[in-house]
Design a protein around this ligand. Structure first.
Ligand code: SF4
Ligand code: FES
Length: 249
């Protein structure tokens, strides 16, 4: 396949960025999107040019490190798929592909397609953990958890923290991410002791980081590679209101 790439190049967070056009020639349809970028970068390095900076780690769809906006869609055209798991067979020979970083004020561009997602880390630090002693694995296994609760918690825990939900939202809302992280702990008995404090602190931290409000457009759910459901946002809103009521009381 031969493709034309329009890639966002930006030297650092303060430099102005611009789209630069590159040719990606002899690309196998079986390559992943990141492997295609590797080939383009090898050509740039051979010519003495600066390679395109992009984030990646596992390349197996599990770490949440990769992410870019491909032809206007966070993680590209294939639903429920991270950028690293997207293959070139989903594009047409001769296609023009526009590649941009996540665009949201709480995710400033570090370089080219790499953004700073440490805001997510700070939200997690504010309450995305269990601090009560839960013992070892055998102790954990002795706590009976209804199967529907275990399944629901696992669905929420599938969030890999990639940030596509924020990038897709016109308000740069992080509600889907925070709702997943709050819910997967709040649903389990081990997480209930800190339930109120967790939701109040994580929502406060999310607001302080500058993420916008949810207006239930659903674009987050549409691009989420782990298909995290909007239902978790409703669940978090309920937990938040109850915690606020008890806190005021
Ligand atoms: S909710 Fe989905 S899109 Fe948002 S950070 Fe988690 S996995 Fe990524
Ligand atoms: S590189 Fe880990 S999810 Fe894509």
């Amino acid at each position: 396949m031969n493709l034309t790439l329009r890639v966002w190049r930006q030297r650092n967070s303060t430099a102005p960025g611009k789209f630069v056009e590159y040719r990606a020639g002899d690309i196998s349809p079986d390559m992943s999107f990141l492997e295609m970028l590797d080939i383009v970068n090898e050509g740039l390095i051979k010519r003495g040019d600066d390679p395109i900076a992009f984030d990646h780690d596992c390349r197996e769809g599990i770490c949440g490190t990769c992410g870019m906006v491909i032809n206007g869609v966070a993680h590209g055209p294939l639903p429920a798929t991270t950028t690293c798991q997207l293959h070139m067979r989903h594009f047409r020979d001769g296609q023009v592909i526009t590649i941009e970083p996540w665009r949201a004020r709480p995710f400033p561009v570090i370089k080219d397609l790499v953004v700073d997602r440490s805001a997510f880390d700070r939200v997690i630090q504010s309450g995305g953990y269990i601090s009560v002693g839960t013992g070892g694995t055998p102790d954990g296994n002795t706590i009976p958890i209804p199967k529907p609760d275990a399944d629901l918690s696992m669905d929420a825990a599938a969030c890999i923290g990639c940030g596509a939900c924020v990038a897709a939202c016109k308000n740069a809302s992080a509600m889907l991410f925070v709702a997943a992280k709050v819910s997967h702990l709040n649903i389990l008995p081990q997480g209930k002791a800190e339930k109120d404090r967790r939701v109040l602190n994580m929502v406060r931290s999310m607001d302080q980081e500058g993420f916008g409000n949810c207006t239930v457009m659903g674009s987050c759910e549409a691009v989420c590679p782990k298909e995290i459901s909007l239902d978790f946002i409703s669940r978090m809103n309920r937990d938040f209101l109850k915690a606020l009521w008890r806190d005021k009381g």
